[in-house]
Design a protein around this ligand. Sequence first.
Ligand SMILES: NC(=O)c1ccc[n+]([C@@H]2O[C@H](COP(=O)([O-])OP(=O)(O)OC[C@H]3O[C@@H](n4cnc5c(N)ncnc54)[C@H](O)[C@@H]3O)[C@@H](O)[C@H]2O)c1
Ligand SMILES: [Zn+2]
Ligand SMILES: [Zn+2]
Length: 395
Amino acid sequence: MFHLRAGQVSDNPFHMLAMNYRGPYRIRADRHKPDPEILHPGDAIIRVTRSCICGSDLHLYHGLVPDTRVGTTFGHEFTGVVMDVGNDVKNLKPGDHVLVPFNIACGSCPFCRQELYGNCHESNAEASAAGGIFGYSHTAGGFDGGQAEYVRVPYADVGPVKIPENMDPDDAVLLTDVLPTGYQAAEMAGIKKGDTVVVFGAGPIGIMAAKCAWLFGAGRVIVIDHVEYRLDFVRTYAQCEAYNFKSIGDPVLFLKKATDYYGADVCIDAVGCEAEGSAIQTFTGRRLLMQAGSATALNWAINSVKKGGIVSVVGVYGPTMNLVAIGNVVNKGITIRANQASVKRLLPKLISHVENGFIDPKGIITHKIPLEEVAYAYRIFSSKLDNCIKTVLVP
Ligand SMILES: NC(=O)c1ccc[n+]([C@@H]2O[C@H](COP(=O)([O-])OP(=O)(O)OC[C@H]3O[C@@H](n4cnc5c(N)ncnc54)[C@H](O)[C@@H]3O)[C@@H](O)[C@H]2O)c1
Ligand SMILES: [Zn+2]
Ligand SMILES: [Zn+2]
């Protein structure tokens, strides 16, 4: 990776334009690194056509992910045109327009062979948990991401998929993470016909999880957040109930009352480590960093699900400990299912769902912003300004 030394300028006109992380809340787009090159015969170089900002990027932006190095370019949700391929690449050729799953996966390790593409053992030196992820710090392999003009894609025969001819690239870019993650959240929840499903979080992931819950036969879908414009959005987009946790009293009690005091059949955590709603969790997890973020939404999920129910977690947490209500998990007999989404596994099905009109992923895009204005784009998404739900950066 290219790092600036003291006195070095970051605006070399011969370098590509790329998002540049300078420290928490400090990012910009500049020309601080050269165009990427083929480093391995399995690589492809891709000229980015669309690149989204994700809730996961906010954890990086807020300085919560360990070993996020200055100079890193974020961006794990992107589409682009293949410019060059290494000698071993068979499935792609220059000129192909592809969508690239956010997981970097080798395709042949024991975990990839089980279709656990988010847990590849080869793509990340820190392979004890998640595999490599584009633009997601050195704890996820140290790969540069797609919030740039060009990006290097390792294992290019495994992840990238040619965008079907009739598919809108705005739909395609949401197939790299948001739709598969929302779908997997609903899938892991084991929803049965008629189930009451509660989704915590009305960001892009929670919105998709709510939408997908119906595909699995849910009878009732309830979304909890505290950002009113997002609650309004999800009510329409996912045709569900949606409540502001700041105006319903204790959300756990509210949900118990709403379910004959049994609790929901399944709960989905689509919030993760930056959850609000509990002063003690926020103070210990987000201010003092004594735990890996705040487990507020996860605890609400555990406490609102019925006995024997399932809690599905796609919200991101750090590897160290959290103050989670494990006693309630044991005593209620709850099953917790969690993972990074396995995008490649889900793509064939989800591409056909989009082509058949079952889901309209691009419907959640609220902003298209030039890459030059990346700092503004992060600010409005992070601070929930201008009714922002999903932003696409266009290089
Ligand atoms: N597992 C995966 O593969 C995967 C993939 C993508 C994103 N993620 C994670 O999913 C989470 C959501 O992503 P996003 O893009 O929707 O992010 P986002 O930041 O846009 O949305 C999170 C939402 O949660 C709300 N929220 C905060 N505290 C809450 C609480 N206690 N209860 C209910 N809602 C609360 C926020 O107001 C916000 O609207 C993030 O943690 C992200 O890192 C995981
Ligand atoms: Zn993402
Ligand atoms: Zn692998």
